[in-house]
Design a protein around this ligand. Structure first.
Ligand SMILES: CC(C)(COP(=O)(O)OP(=O)(O)OC[C@H]1O[C@@H](n2cnc3c(N)ncnc32)[C@H](O)[C@@H]1OP(=O)(O)O)[C@@H](O)C(=O)NCCC(=O)NCCS
Length: 384
């Protein structure tokens, strides 16, 4: 039976313990705290430790979202994980999340739309719940970007960080609330402006592609900046219009956290004052698909969102993709307290006859040990 509405019932986030500051980056590449702060607004970002993967981070955020929703892992019947930094090319990272959260019944799949991935997955979850195909969909954005960065390229390595965020979208028998409307766009003219050249079928991995650093993220920053500022505003406005609202009706914007200058420019061009925009880019950098759900979880837990508020998620990323969703908030923000009992540990099984190469780049291991962070909440591996 089709429900009356599909509502966000749970939210949660996870940020790894390791911190990489601008001062640390000054020791790695020719850059400065002043340059990074003025061009991006980023002060520090998080770095996953050796025991962590995109799946384990996503699983911690997911367990928090499930706890907040007052559900058990087995209540989830669909897991959608947005990422551009999966644990493996095959199988999906979502399959490992299913294992790590202890769910026995859900279907699980990954979704690739880069930094817009969470908004795409959220809109997909909404459709699945509204159509009656699923009652509780777990939507996760999880990214481990520090393993795909060239720490000799100052134009990219200062921008990105690791983390995960999640929501639960649930069927409700009460009408109203939840996602009011969404706008999703894709413009392949920007396809090579943010990309990882090798490792896929167009350019399979080889010793040459690795020697040329083609497994790292490449980006044309200034072209991306121009396109992002324009598209974030038009996508958000289109979603708001489709929902039958105006920008004045929106209590809080939760934008993708790529760059403070981009966020300010977009707010200004939409005539929104920054009090109505949630910003945490200074602490996490750009966490791609994880940035909107991390920002959402922080915003709700900080009391920035109340029942009845209209909020907007808006993101932009490689592809070029963009996505915006207008949501009427229905959940009691105090439910966030239920996530406090969920610890930082998650693990997945590994094949008994195979050992991954040391996953964290050496330069980052040095930084993590210098900063005194235990580089990982060590996830005990359970062997098959
Ligand atoms: C990356 C970004 C911060 C660069 O800022 P910018 O003002 O556009 O800077 P430019 O790329 O034009 O580079 C200006 C100069 O700074 C230099 N520079 C680049 N990175 C630097 C760094 N980390 N430290 C110091 N100098 C740096 C460049 O080499 C260039 O030097 P040059 O003029 O001598 O050639 C900005 O373009 C941006 O935010 N782009 C969008 C990126 C993004 O959000 N991507 C993800 C979308 S989801």
């Amino acid at each position: 039976m089709e429900p009356q509405s599909a509502r966000i019932t749970g939210w949660g986030m996870y940020a790894p313990q390791g911190v990489l500051t601008n001062a640390d980056l000054e020791r790695l590449v020719d850059t400065s705290d002043e340059w990074i702060m003025t061009r991006t607004g980023i002060r520090e970002r998080r770095v996953a430790g050796p025991g962590e993967t995109t799946a384990t981070m996503g699983a911690v955020a997911a367990r928090r979202a499930i706890a907040t929703a007052g559900l058990e892992p087995d209540d989830i019947d669909m897991i959608l994980l947005a990422t551009c930094t999966p644990d493996y090319q095959l199988p999906s990272t979502a399959a490992f999340v299913k294992e790590a959260i202890g769910n026995r019944r859900a279907a699980a799949m990954d979704l690739a739309a880069a930094c817009s991935g969470f908004v795409y997955a959220f809109a997909t979850a909404n459709s699945m719940v509204r159509s009656g195909m699923a009652r509780h969909v777990l939507v996760i954005g999880s990214e481990l970007l520090t393993r795909f960065l060239d720490f000799t390229d100052r134009s990219t390595c200062v921008l990105f960080g690791d983390g995960a965020g999640a929501v639960v979208v649930s069927a409700s028998d009460e009408p109203g609330g939840g996602m009011l409307d969404a706008e999703l766009t894709t413009d392949p003219s920007g396809a090579y402006l943010i990309w990882v050249p090798s490792g896929g079928s167009a350019s399979p991995p080889s010793s040459q592609t690795v020697a040329r650093g083609e497994h790292f993220i490449r980006m044309n920053g200034s072209e991306t900046y121009r396109y992002a500022t324009k598209t974030l505003a038009s996508t958000a406005l289109r979603a708001i219009e489709r929902a039958g609202l105006t920008a004045d009706d929106i209590a809080l914007f939760v934008p993708h956290q790529a760059n403070l200058r981009i966020i300010r420019f977009v707010a200004n061009s939409m005539g929104i004052d920054m009090e109505r925009v949630y910003v945490n880019v200074e602490r996490y950098g750009n966490t791609s698909a994880a940035s909107v759900p991390i920002a959402l979880a922080e915003a709700v837990d900080a009391g920035r969102i109340k029942v009845g508020d209209n909020i907007v998620f808006v993101a932009f990323g490689a592809g070029f993709t963009s996505g915006a969703a207008v949501v009427q908030w229905t959940a009691d923000p105090a439910n966030g307290r239920r996530a406090r009992s969920v610890d930082d540990h998650a693990s997945v099984h590994a094949p008994a006859d195979w050992q991954a190469a040391a996953p964290v780049p050496d330069v980052l291991m040095d930084v993590l040990s210098r900063n005194g962070a235990s580089p990982a909440p060590v996830a005990p591996k359970v062997h098959a």
